[in-house]
Ligand binder design. Structure first.
Ligand code: ADP
Length: 305
């Protein structure tokens, strides 16, 4: 089978996660229970989901000149990702998320963009051939917005399909939205983009209409365990997800996006591509963690049998 080429442009983070009894107050020190470092960042999670589900994928990103950056690059290679466009930036640290999780499972997070901020339009132009020669470009919003906008514009010029997962939630300029082919907000992100709270089918379709009016042909609003709202040609419907026993929904959306793009690049029509992505995300929510929970192609195929 002839597979299309995918480029992911996005973030790489090292997540430092500490479980503690309660969040420290200013000046307080709290002894933690369990500490771990996990590889994350929405760009990296989605690249891993695409690589493991079978895409021919290159990843444009930056790490710092540090040990963890090198370890992350090696891990991404072993997840079937071409890492030639991941550079280690002089004098920078790899992006970091410092995460406290309390006994109620709530979290507080501080982020240092670090080397992710070095994914500038100049950096993009060094690797622009990848986008020019690709069939699809998948991005999120953890990279500088001016780079996301420049990449979308470049892709449009070269007939590379643009898929945007608009996370984390923020408003976006029309100049960017008009260069997007497929957008995949969750309910919070859809509300932030359109001003319409997603409460039912009618409001989901209203939000989709706003995005269609900006020039986006395919709108997929992810609805957690309920699946997605798919709208094309001004017509919308729910495509339900799979019922599984969820233990940890971290990276559900990232897994959905990576697998969706893999299927689209294999020429799968949209309904079946969404079903494939639902299966990948359903497997991911039955397992703990972000990247460790992302399934390989064999697992998705046998889930769907
Ligand atoms: P995000 O993680 O970006 O907030 P969602 O929560 O909307 O995204 O979930 C994205 C996709 O992950 C859903 O469309 C669905 O395929 C899958 N998913 C999420 N939660 C569950 C769940 N509890 N059971 C099965 N699938 C789920």
């Amino acid at each position: 089978m002839q597979k299309g080429k995918l480029v992911v442009l996005g973030s790489i983070n090292a997540d430092h996660i500490l479980n503690i009894e309660h969040f420290p107050r200013p000046g307080e020190t709290v002894l933690g229970q369990q500490y771990k470092v996990a590889f994350g960042g929405k760009g990296a999670n989605q690249a891993v989901a695409a690589g493991r589900s079978g895409a021919d994928i290159s990843f444009i990103a930056c790490v710092g000149q540090d040990d963890i950056g090198e370890r992350i690059r090696q891990q991404l290679s072993s997840d079937s990702i071409n890492t030639q466009a991941i550079e280690a930036v002089d004098g920078e640290t790899t992006g970091v998320a410092l995460i406290f999780v309390n006994q109620e499972g709530e979290n507080v997070i501080g982020i240092s963009a670090g080397a992710n901020a070095a994914v500038t339009p100049d950096y993009l132009s060094k690797h622009q051939k990848l986008i020019e020669n690709a069939d699809a470009l998948l991005m999120q919003l953890e990279s500088p917005l001016e780079t996301v906008m420049a990449a979308a514009q470049l892709a449009r010029k070269h007939n590379t399909q643009v898929i945007l997962n608009p996370a984390p939630a923020r408003e976006l300029p029309d100049d960017l939205l008009s260069n997007i082919d497929v957008i995949t907000p969750n309910e919070t992100e859809a509300e932030k983009l359109t001003g319409i709270a997603i409460k039912d089918d009618a409001s989901a379709q209203q939000a989709a209409e706003v995005l269609h009016q900006k020039g986006i042909k395919t709108v997929l609003i992810t609805l957690g365990s309920r699946g997605v709202w798919l709208s094309q040609n001004q017509q919308g419907k729910t495509i339900p997800g799979f019922k599984v026993k969820a233990v940890d929904t971290i990276a559900a959306g990232d897994t959905f996006n990576g697998a969706l793009v893999t299927a689209l690049l294999e020429g799968t029509e949209i309904n079946a591509a969404v079903r494939f992505a639902h299966a990948a995300a359903a497997i991911a929510v039955t397992r703990e963690g972000a990247q460790p929970s992302v399934p390989w192609r064999k697992e998705i195929d046998s889930f769907l049998q």
